[in-house]
Design a binder for this molecule. Structure first.
Ligand code: PHE
Length: 347
């Protein structure tokens, strides 16, 4: 059978389609249910056996050729449609694209991530604790009983059910020790706890009601103040990106004994005295001390056998020193221009 007449006819149909809709109709006519091309291919079964192979081959070649012609015509209509769309109205396809506005990490997050990496490299594990805390973990377990004046300096937001918004990350010290010793764990123990804390403060340049701390706790045999100083110096050197001098002054916190305020030599004047360090050459940077026996006992650890140190770094303070930020309210002020200066893409 000669298929060349059909071939001419079908290719003419495709070539004659004026638009995409007309082409779709041709497609249906040729390849739809009872489509002409398919019918031709199927008609092979009605032929005598000896004619079938030659006819089948010719029919299939033709089918492929028509399919190809349809696809080419379809692509041409699609390209034309896209071109019309792009040049319609006031759309200018030659205008450069808008730059992608990716988010950036908050400066506190940047420094926190660095600190976590650093402490993990020194064998610390990261722990977490609840922001809504019980009175026991926030105060009593830390040797701050109900009538202790230290409660006043950590005035907080109490909830109706007797719980409170934690005033520091120190409650996670006892929580972690309890959880581990319950299962028979024995020191050495090294943990850091980054987290948000709250105090009932009047907000000003240096005070916020919500702020971030990074707690550290190390418990082992024969831990001493020397270990504390070394750890703090290492950490501050990395975070402030320079060599630092530190000094310890006595500081009182009921959950450490002895307790210290650790100062670092002023990064702004190098220790000569300036307005940031109030002419003293030193900046108070983090409270710390040797863990009080009461706290170790609450955590299920024998203070006769083990000693430890703890620190509570104010993250905002470190970030302010590192970037030279002079107003703590910037951190939660929501000013995107402030936040974008610390551009580091989220990881
Ligand atoms: N939790 C104390 C505070 O927020 C800081 C601190 C932590 C002091 C650990 C000593 C040891 O004020």
């Amino acid at each position: 059978m000669d298929t060349s007449a059909k071939r001419e006819q079908w290719l003419a149909l495709i070539a004659g389609a004026a638009d995409a809709d007309a082409l779709a109709a041709v497609d249906r006519q040729l390849f739809g249910q009872k489509g002409e091309v398919l019918e031709l291919v199927r008609s092979v079964t009605s032929l005598p056996k000896e004619e079938r192979p030659a006819f089948g081959k010719a029919a299939n070649l033709l089918k492929r050729e028509v399919e190809q012609a349809l696809a080419t015509a379809r692509e041409r209509f699609e390209a034309e449609a896209l071109k019309r769309e792009l040049t319609a109205g006031d759309f200018d396809p030659t205008e450069p694209g808008r730059p992608w506005q990716g988010g950036t990490l908050h400066p506190i997050t940047i420094v926190q991530n660095e600190l976590v990496d650093l402490f993990q490299s020194m064998g610390f594990r990261q722990e977490d604790g609840p922001e809504i805390e019980s009175e026991y973990y926030n105060f009593d377990a830390l040797n701050i009983p109900g009538d202790h004046p230290a409660r006043e300096s950590q005035d907080t937001f109490w909830l109706d059910d007797g719980n409170l918004l934690r005033t520091h990350t120190s409650p996670v010290q006892v929580r972690t020790m309890q959880r581990l010793t319950k299962d028979g764990f024995e020191p050495p123990l090294r943990v850091i706890v980054p987290g948000r804390c709250f105090r009932c403060e009047t907000v000003d340049k240096t005070h916020e009601h919500s702020f971030y701390q990074m707690e550290g706790l190390v418990v082992d045999r024969d831990v001493s103040v020397a270990n504390l100083i070394h750890t703090m110096k290492t950490c501050l050197r990395v975070i402030l990106e320079r060599d630092v001098e530190v000094r310890l002054r006595p500081g009182f916190f009921p959950f450490v004994e002895p307790g210290f305020e650790l100062d670092v030599n002023c990064p702004f004047c190098g220790g000569k005295g300036c307005s940031v360090c109030k002419q003293s050459g030193w900046i108070e940077i983090l409270p710390c001390g040797m863990v009080h026996p009461h706290v170790l006992r609450q955590g299920g650890i024998d203070p006769e056998e083990f000693t430890g140190f703890a620190f509570g770094m104010g993250l905002q303070r470190v970030v302010m020193l590192r970037y030279g930020i002079d107003d703590i309210r910037q951190f939660m002020g929501g000013d995107i221009r402030f936040l974008q200066q610390f551009s580091e893409v989220p990881r």
